[in-house]
Design a protein around this ligand. Structure first.
Ligand code: ATP
Length: 240
């Protein structure tokens, strides 16, 4: 999948609209410490639907909006647009080029657009998930992470490989399914206990409970004292 362009407007240190155009192949962003290189990566995650402020190196989501400098007042909204080349049809949408736009206002409200049309976050996620990118689908290797990959112990390495191979998602699903099965098993055991207890209580009554399939005439109607036609009455009186 080729990401063609990224436009940041009021996002973190990018107060003015800034467009980065990516050519096919590897793109390097070079700059001095603190110049905003990681903010570009944050913008990529954010526009693809990231919901965790921590993953974007902030305390709260509003921290992505340009907070102002000595020479420039803060802005009221952040906007990032990502243009994806879809000439190979990797995204299930009938456009050769797809532009995803995410906007956030200081009040907390958000807006999502696909090629300029307003949509929901879910539409973003649906569109991206088929192509293996989007929230929890792509992998961004952050600063210092390469070091931890190289120095990881065997278990740590296994976790990295599982994450990259997408096994983690299925393992989580399996754990959830097993938890549900356990809960179901406990419910079944409880039902079994209740059935046993009811059977035990019915035993002194000396009869089986009327079968629901039995014709209504054979069911006990009114417990007339001494009436032998009612199985319930006769067996009960037999007990006394
Ligand atoms: P390093 O190489 O040290 O990791 P970097 O080039 O990756 O640095 P970033 O971490 O992307 O730099 O950018 C940090 C800069 O972004 C800081 O100067 C910080 O003040 C600025 N910044 C972050 N959030 C905002 C914001 N909401 N408003 C204005 N500036 C911001």
């Amino acid at each position: 999948m080729h990401l063609k362009a990224l436009t940041l407007r009021g996002f973190k240190s990018f107060a003015s609209a800034t467009t980065l155009r990516f050519e096919p192949g590897i793109t390097c962003v070079v700059g001095p410490n603190g110049s905003g290189k990681s903010n570009v990566v944050d913008a990529l995650s954010w526009v693809m639907g990231e919901q965790g402020a921590k993953s974007l190196r902030g305390g709260k989501m509003e921290d992505v909006i340009f907070a102002g400098t000595t020479g420039r007042p803060p802005l009221g909204r952040a906007e990032v647009s990502l243009t994806i080349d879809n000439s190979d049809g990797a995204l299930p949408i009938d456009y050769a080029e797809v532009t995803l736009t995410r906007i956030m206002f200081r009040g907390g409200s958000s807006e999502y657009q696909i090629n300029g049309d307003t949509c929901r976050l879910l539409d973003f996620q649906d569109l991206l998930s088929d192509s293996g990118i989007g929230r929890e689908m792509h992998v961004i290797v952050g600063q210092g992470q390469l070091d931890s990959v190289l120095h990881a112990d065997p278990m740590g390495r296994r976790a990295f490989i599982e994450e990259a191979a997408g096994v983690l998602k299925h393992r989580k699903r399996k754990e959830k399914a097993l938890r549900k099965l356990d809960a179901m098993q406990a419910n079944l055991a409880r039902v079994q206990d209740l059935a046993d207890e009811l059977r035990r209580q019915l035993k002194p009554l000396g009869g089986r409970p009327p079968s629901p399939a039995a014709p209504s005439s054979s069911r006990p109607t009114c417990a007339t004292p001494g009436s032998a036609s009612s199985p319930t009455t006769s067996s009960a009186s037999g007990r006394h």
